[in-house]
Structure formats: structure tokens, C-alpha cells
Ligand binder design. Sequence first.
Ligand code: NAD
Ligand code: AHE
Ligand code: ZN
Length: 368
Amino acid sequence: MKTKAAVAWQAGQPLTIETVDLQGPKFGEVLVEIKATGICHTDYYTLSGADPEGIFPAILGHEGAGIVVDVGPGVTTLKKGDHVIPLYTPECRQCKFCLSRKTNLCQLIRGTQGKGLMPDATSRFSLDGKPIFHYMGTSTFSNYTVAPEISLAKIREDAPFDKVCYIGCGVTTGIGAVIFTAKVEAGANVVVFGLGGIGLNVIQGAKMVGADKIIGVDLNPEREAMARQFGMTHFINPKTTENVVDAIVQLTDGGADYSFECIGNTQVMRQALECTHKGWGRSIIIGVAEAGAEISTRPFQLVTGRKWEGSAFGGARGRTDVPKIVDWYMEGKINIDDLITHTMPLEDINKGFDLMKRGESIRGVVLY
Ligand code: NAD
Ligand code: AHE
Ligand code: ZN
């Protein structure tokens, strides 16, 4: 079939809208009509050329929601008409990683996914007979996409696509990092570096679990009001604070119990570790840093009990946890609506990237 898609032809260039060819689903695969997709900073990161796994031409996008249109042979858990959220972190429930119960990082198809291919090592997208690569196993910047069955979470049918698409990455990454990865307890002091589409969801998660102080750090003063609305109790702007680490240590009587880096800046990652409490502070890296970047600190920081950790997709097991997070939204337990600051047709997707780069949007969502 033909489908409209935004194609990334090369690093650093705007996407162009094309009518591309899409092959039907093969064994274990599903054809999905994408109804809405968010634009995440990670899409920009890959488009910028900083992602060592970035390959072109590709159809980016990993924060979508849609409807199953067709299923390939061997598919047993989904059928035509089901509502789904594509998962860049699949959940096969059979690999060593899934069975360990220690991680959400299913590895069954990670090799081919990272090469922009379906599990049989081929692409379903092409134009003029030349293949176009998939992205993160999801490629939601296409009106129709093919994804493996294990990369789709079935969700309730009354959930609005234009809101719950954000659960495909940002909401789950932020709230999940608090609940699933860090398991922040009530009364803890939490610091969030970067108050964008991810960091504001960390704040929302920290408020949900009953954190005490929730300190937000951002260079953009315009982020303060929204962050306060979501539960931030203190705001620090590094532009006007001489020593951010000292300021946090003073505010928290010795350091934060938990910190979350939601920027992808390795200097900030160091601050995020060093502002946590001696003996037990835990710092969770969420931000994605460019190829070649490295983190550093005095090992003494770790010897004296701080822990440096990371979180991908909020530690969520997609097929199990994403439907629950959709329920939380539908029950009014989490706020997604106010974080979606802009919507646009696919034709305006480059404007969506520009809004994000200028810090004017929290989440821009493309509506098909
Ligand atoms: P965003 O652009 O919406 O937000 C980033 C925020 O950081 C902005 O508010 C910006 O003003 C602020 N900022 C930038 N530099 C800063 C600095 N030096 N000090 C303080 N604040 C600074 O991006 P996002 O969509 O929220 O994504 C944030 C990061 O998380 C990105 O690196 C993205 O790739 C990554 N990410 C990771 C996962 C994961 O699973 N680990 C999932 C989604 C996104
Ligand atoms: N390809 C990048 C890695 C990018 C990365 O860390 N991705 C996160 C999700 S970001 C979503 O917005 C992730 O889940 N990573 C785990 C994984 O297996 O990719 C690089 O730097 O190589
Ligand atoms: Zn993302």
C-alpha cells in the first residue's frame, strides 16, 4: 500500500512529506494506522546526526497511538480494530532479559531494531524501489506503519489518540522513572534537571508518590510556572545561581534522596549525582547524550554511598504497564492534556521540531 510519511533523508536536514510504499505485515507483524504522534527530543537527537545508531533515509517517530488494520501470520494477541501504542522497548516475555524480572530492556529484536529493520532484517518501507529504514521499531511519523506484535501495547478503546500517544514515550519515561526505576518513597526529596517533556512527567510522578521537596532546575525561566502546576516546590535557574549543587544541598539538609537528569548533558549529569545525599542518594540518568560523550565524577562520590543509575522507557514493561498508565490518564490520576502545548498536521512537522528546539513547546503532537 501507499502511505504518507515524513522522511528523514539525511542528518540535519528538514523532513520531507512523501507518499511511500509500505509492504504488508510479515510473520509476527502488525499493520497499524497511526492516528497521532508526539515529537520527542530523541527524534531531534537522531535527526541531528548525534545518534551513533542514526541511519538515513529513515522514518522517525516513536510516540504514537493508532488502530490495528491488519495482522500477519502467527499474530495471536492482536486483531483488526484493536487500539494500540507502539513500543520502542518491546516486551516478548520470553528472552533472558524479560524473564529475569530485573529489567524492562527486552532484547529479542534489539539487534535488527537498532539497524532500522524488522526482525527478518528487511524494511517494509520503500520509495522508488529503494528501502527506507524504520526507527526504534515504531516509525510513527508515517500514517501507516508496520511493527512487531511484541512492540505493541493494546489499550482501551475510549482513550483519545491525540493525548495517549504521549504515553508511548514521555509520560511513561518520566512517571515510570520515579515509580518503576527509582521507586521513590513518600517524603523523599527529589531534584529534576530539565523541565521539558520528560522532566515535567518526573515532577508529576514525584508528586503522585508523595515526595516532600520537588526541586526543578532549568535554564528556561518559562518552565517554572508549568512545573509548579505539576508539583514542583522549588525552582533553580543555573543562569542566576552560582553553585547549583550547593544550593540543592542547602535546600535539602545535605542532599537530595533522588535526582533525575532529563537533558542529556554530561556536565549536568555530574551535578545531578553530586547534589544527592551522602550515604544513600540515587541519581537516575534519563537524558540521552551524543555519541562519544562520557560522564565523570570523583569515585569518592560513589565510595560515600551515592549511586549512579539509568532508566530507559521509565523501566516500564510496555505491554503490561502502558495499558495501566492509559487507565491512570482516563481515571484523571495523571495530567497529559496541559503538557500537549501544540498540535499540527504532518505537513507542519518541521515546525513542531522548531518549537521544541526554541523551547516554546512542551509536547507537539502530529494529528493524522
Ligand atoms: P526537551 O527539549 O523537551 O526538554 C529539555 C529541557 O532541558 C528544556 O526545558 C531545556 O530548557 C532544559 N535544559 C537544556 N539544557 C539545560 C541545562 N544545561 N541546564 C538546565 N536545563 C537545561 O526534551 P525532552 O523531550 O524532555 O527529553 C529530555 C531528554 O530525555 C533528551 O535527552 C531525550 O533524548 C531523553 N529521553 C530519554 C528517554 C529514556 O528512555 N531514557 C526517553 C525520552 C527522552
Ligand atoms: N541510539 C542511541 C540510544 C538512544 C537511547 O538511549 N534511547 C532510549 C530511549 S529514548 C526515547 O526517547 C532507550 O530506550 N535506550 C535503550 C535502548 O536499548 O536503546 C545511542 O546513543 O546509541
Ligand atoms: Zn522519546
